[in-house]
Design a protein around this ligand. Structure first.
Ligand code: FPP
Length: 239
């Protein structure tokens, strides 16, 4: 197996982590145990990305739709997020990875917001990579918020209609300043984007595996990277 050339290493990988519940059910465990195991996978994948030279990793950790889950599962997930953030912090600091978050963060319970704020502040100067957590995130809501901003500025006379371009519009999204994802991975064999980075995913390569997120390991990561490196990205053109 030859090593992928640097150009074939995605700059940005985004992951829809799916299958925690199924993993727990298969073992007769409560769903939260699947999420706990999933949080450990997060740590391993951050390390795998770092070693492979992937500079941006974005994880779909909680969607706007996930608020509809039973209140006990939501509360357990929020608690897990808070404790995981504390645990991940040392790893982020050691490898100079900056933490970023996108989504309707104001909807998150105060302890999660506090843990997020403090981890983001602590890692703000890190420059080796960026870990973005999508929390209470929904792509349509993000796009609508950007449209509102553009409309507000246009009505105030500070933005000319002809200056609304793909680039200027992208700068109003929460992912402003980040490259679009090159590769989107989804686990548990689901073949949907589920309201994740709809604008940003326009030219992303999609890679789906039947592996449930808690079981996602080095071999899956290696295969995703190898498949990505073998694909020809045409961006709508002819190669
Ligand atoms: C999808 O599995 C997973 C989630 C909705 C939550 C993801 C959260 C984590 C991995 C835990 C912590 C994350 C971080 C960033 C520390 P599912 O419950 O939809 O699985 P199912 O479809 O099999 O029921």
């Amino acid at each position: 197996m030859t090593q992928a050339s640097p150009a074939k290493v995605p700059a940005h990988i985004a992951i829809i982590m799916d299958g925690n519940g199924r993993w727990a059910r298969e073992r007769g465990l409560p769903r939260i145990e699947g999420h706990r195991a999933g949080a450990e996978t997060v740590q391993r994948v951050i390390e795998a990305c770092r070693q492979a030279g992937v500079r941006y990793l974005t994880l779909y950790a909680f969607s706007t739709e996930n608020w509809r889950r039973p209140i006990t599962e939501v509360a357990q997930l929020m608690k897990l997020l808070t404790t995981s953030l504390g645990k991940h912090l040392a790893q982020l600091q050691e490898h100079r990875i900056r933490l970023h978050a996108i989504g309707e963060l104001e909807r998150l319970p105060m302890p999660v917001r506090r843990a997020l704020q403090s981890a983001m502040r602590a890692t703000a100067q890190n420059d080796a990579g960026v870990l973005t957590l999508a929390l209470s995130y929904g792509s349509r809501a993000e796009i609508v918020a950007a449209v509102r901003q553009a409309a507000t500025r246009a009505m105030a006379g500070t933005l000319r209609i002809e200056d609304i371009t793909e680039e200027s519009f992208a700068s109003l999204l929460q992912t402003a300043g980040m490259p679009d994802p090159d590769l989107i991975i989804r686990t548990a064999n689901e073949m949907r984007l589920s309201n994740f980075l709809l604008w940003q995913a326009s030219y992303a390569e999609l890679w789906v595996t039947p592996t449930l997120w808690p079981d996602f390991g080095e071999e899956d990561f290696r295969r995703a990277m190898a498949d990505y490196a073998a694909r020809t990205r045409r961006f709508g053109g002819v190669v």
